[in-house]
Design a protein around this ligand. Sequence first.
Ligand code: FES
Length: 249
Amino acid sequence: MKLQLNIWRQENKDSKGAIKNYKLNEVDEDMSFLEMMDILNEDLIHKGEEPVVFEHDCREGICGTCGMVVDGRPHGKEHGTTVCQLHMRKFNDGDKITIEPFRAKGFPIIRDLAVDRSAYDRIMQAGGFISQNIGSAQDANALPISKNVADLAMDAASCIGCGACAAACPNGSAMLFVSAKASQLNLLPQGQPEKAARARAMVRQMESEGFGGCSNYYECEASCPKNVSVNFIAKLNRDYLCATFKEGT
Ligand code: FES
């Protein structure tokens, strides 16, 4: 299939970026989106031009490294899919595809489609851990955790930290990420002693990184490649409110 790609090119975080147009004439419908980008880059290198910088690692929808806005949506229009798992059969011959970096105040652009997502690492360093030594793995059923709670904690843990939630949110809020990462620990007995301190530290770190607050647009849930629910945000809001009351007493 033939495609026209309109891609954001930007040399570094301080330079002015712009959309540049490229044409590809032999895209196979079985290629993944990133393989299509590889073909473009081979073409550009062959012509002596700078390849398009984009991030990727596992290419299996696991690591959360890939991320770009395809036709106005983080990871593209395919629901519950990372851009590395998006395939060209979802597009039509002759399509014009616009590709831009994730845009949020907390994600400065490094170059082209690559953004600096180290803010998410710093949020995790602020509270996304358990400090106590919880010993070796327990025997099955030794800890009384109900199936519902275990399932919910696993749903929260499915967040791959890609940043699509913040890129999709009109406020540039990272609350879906923060709430998933706090909830995966707060829901379980091992994580509960530090629940209040964790909620405070992670939310405050998020704010200090320049991410906005949540005002219930739900764009984060709609763009999340792992279908993480906004219910975790409501849960974190409750935890944060309790934590600030405790802090004030
Ligand atoms: S490259 Fe790992 S999730 Fe896309």
